[in-house]
Design a protein around this ligand. Structure first.
Ligand code: F6R
Length: 570
């Protein structure tokens, strides 16, 4: 994944400015980081430390890493240098092994195990051969296979160079300063004017000018877009973690979304309803948490007689046929998940109509869609998605309502507030159960996607192995794993007899059964009056439970190991 920043400025700046911008991109990866200011190279392991080196410069690049090729070490951290050339890179160079061999034969010595370092050597080769930078960049686009957003500095040159394919890259245009970043978060405090790089474009930047070129070397005229986006929430306020703060925001952001779907976004919403009505097939595609919200959406629509499915983006081509009569709805918090982007590209090639449901405005997926709805959850800082899931599911609920599914959408914010009152009980439960290595979550119908979502949340932040599954599948294998004391969470809406039976079956084998239900006799009762409401409210219960399990285990809740907020690699 990785995050990159480059600044070229008339007024000098010290390390503090680029590093504080880089810090805003830490959600993209946080195993190591590095900074180059034309004089000194800094590479460190772990999370970014924003410091002031007191050295005034006009040009700098920096990088926060989520390792793909090469272990998490200081020497694999970016920037990478070759001779006079320094680069940072986000993406994966697929043909790096062969390029590396060719470059070695020509005398290059590699200092890291990364795929990225070949970019530095390729540019260096061009510089040594005295080819102009524009020619070198054009050559780079032709030579590199794979994905990249790369920033390049050359010793003694006061320009900043950039090239992109598939990995996100935006240029923030400030007064006498240009800021390149993986997303607009990083500069939204400094400007509201941005240019988004499209695929196979490169650019040459000075403090007050930009020139863009296509893969053929021809200049491209780009017009800055004015964007409106609140800056990243930088404070946890009185909360211990962003995740907990973001769960508490759910009633407010849900209300904001409902109002917007009835007002500002109403026309777009109706257009989406129209597209679904007209299409022969509606296919949601997404990854992780967003996929679970998509499963809810597909099920809601299916119950209203619409031919709807949800397909995991990374397996899209293998499990679905799409055509001109299909509407594909990409669901993504970040709008940058590469698996989803690939599924969208494939669907476009097949002639499908593309719509999307995103949180981050101006993101790649939004820009690839003919129609896009925003979930308006505001910046989500914690890696584990919470309020975004609630709002993605709220859009699904609104769609279901448009097709006649009565579900109490308007009361949802209030009910979310009520659900949050269960926290003390969940805290006690987490104290009891946090030592376990395995945990199971069972659900049926709409409870099935929720069981998977709760299990995902538990896995990613508490590192407890959790499996979310269909209650009916238990007896077909997994029940063999239930022993004395194994925690099993059942999602039981309105006393569903089948879910009650599944719960009895695990209890009979000694499981520590926990029920999240909707009736008076349920200890963990959510105030749901429809199955759809139950699904969303039970997910919030699961988020709080996962949070407290992780807290009991003393884990880094907002930045769990090995994860990144935005998955921009395949
Ligand atoms: C889990 C989580 C991930 C994301 C997934 C898709 O809490 O956050 O599973 O949901 O990586 O990300 P987006 O929604 O940005 O496409």
């Amino acid at each position: 994944m990785c995050g990159i920043i480059g600044i070229v400025s008339k007024e000098p700046f010290t390390s503090k400015e680029p590093l504080s911008r880089l810090k805003k991109l830490e959600y993209r990866g946080y195993d190591s980081w590095g900074y180059w200011n034309g004089k000194q190279l800094t590479k460190k392991m772990g999370k970014i430390v924003v410091y002031d080196d007191g050295t005034d410069v006009n040009l700098a690049i920096c990088h926060t890493r989520w390792a793909t090729h090469g272990g998490v070490t200081e020497w694999n951290a970016h920037p990478h240098r070759a001779g006079k050339v320094t680069i940072v890179h986000n993406g994966i160079i697929e043909n790096y092994a062969e390029l590396r061999e060719e470059l070695k034969k020509k005398g290059a010595t590699f200092a890291s195990e990364t795929d990225s370092e070949v970019i530095a050597h390729l540019v260096e080769q061009g510089v040594n051969e005295k080819r102009g930078m524009e020619t070198i960049l054009k050559g780079l686009l032709a030579t590199l296979k794979g994905t990249f957003a790369t920033l390049i500095m050359v010793d003694g040159d006061d320009k900043l160079y950039a090239a992109k394919r598939d990995s996100p890259l935006a240029l923030g245009i400030c007064k006498s300063r240009m800021i390149l970043a993986s997303d607009i978060y990083a500069f939204s405090d400094a400007t509201d004017k941005a240019i988004f790089f499209e695929n196979d474009e490169y650019a040459v930047l000075t403090a007050d000018s930009y020139a863009f070129f296509g893969a053929d070397g021809q200049p491209i005229k780009k017009t800055p877009k004015t964007f409106a986006w609140t800056t990243v929430a930088e404070s946890k306020d009185s909360y211990d973690h962003f995740m907990r703060k973001e769960i508490d925001e759910e009633p407010v952001v849900c209300q904001r979304l409902i109002v917007s779907l009835q007002g500002e976004q109403h026309d777009k919403f109706e257009q989406l309803v129209g597209l679904i009505r007209k299409a022969k097939k509606t296919v949601f595609t997404a990854a992780g948490t967003a996929y679970h919200a998509s499963l809810l959406g597909a099920s809601f629509l299916h119950q209203q007689g619409i031919n709807a499915q949800a397909i995991i983006a990374s397996e899209f081509e293998n499990f679905i046929t799409v055509d001109r009569e299909t509407v594909v709805i990409a669901v993504s918090q970040s709008g940058e998940t590469m698996d989803v982007i690939e599924a969208v590209k494939y669907s476009k090639e097949k002639g499908a109509t593309i719509a999307s449901i995103v949180n981050v405005p101006y993101s790649t997926i939004e820009r690839m869609s003919s129609l896009s709805l925003q979930i308006l959850a505001g910046p989500e800082v914690a890696v584990a998605s919470t309020k975004a899931f609630t709002n993605q599911s709220t859009v699904m609920l609104a769609l279901a309502q448009a097709f006649g599914y009565a579900n109490g959408l308007e009361q949802l914010p209030e009910k979310l507030t009520e659900t949050l009152q269960l926290e003390p009980k969940l805290e006690r439960l987490a104290k009891e159960l946090h030592h376990h290595r395995d945990l199971y979550v069972l659900g049926r119908k709409l409870g099935y996607p929720v069981s998977r979502e709760i299990a995902l949340k538990i896995k990613e932040i508490s590192y407890i192995h959790a499996e979310g599954m269909m209650g009916g599948e238990l007896k077909h294998g997994t029940i063999a794993l239930i022993e004395e004391g194994t925690p099993v969470v059942s999602l039981v809406y309105d006393d569903d007899p089948k879910m009650r039976s599944s719960t009895q079956e695990v209890k009979a084998r000694g499981a520590h059964a926990v029920v999240i239900g909707s009736t008076e006799h349920d200890e963990l009762r959510v105030p749901a009056e429809s199955e759809a409401e139950f699904a969303i409210l039970a997910s919030t219960v699961g988020q709080l439970f996962a949070y407290h399990l992780a807290k009991e285990r003393g884990l880094p809740i907002d930045k769990p190991r090995n994860l990144a907020k935005s998955c921009t690699v395949l």
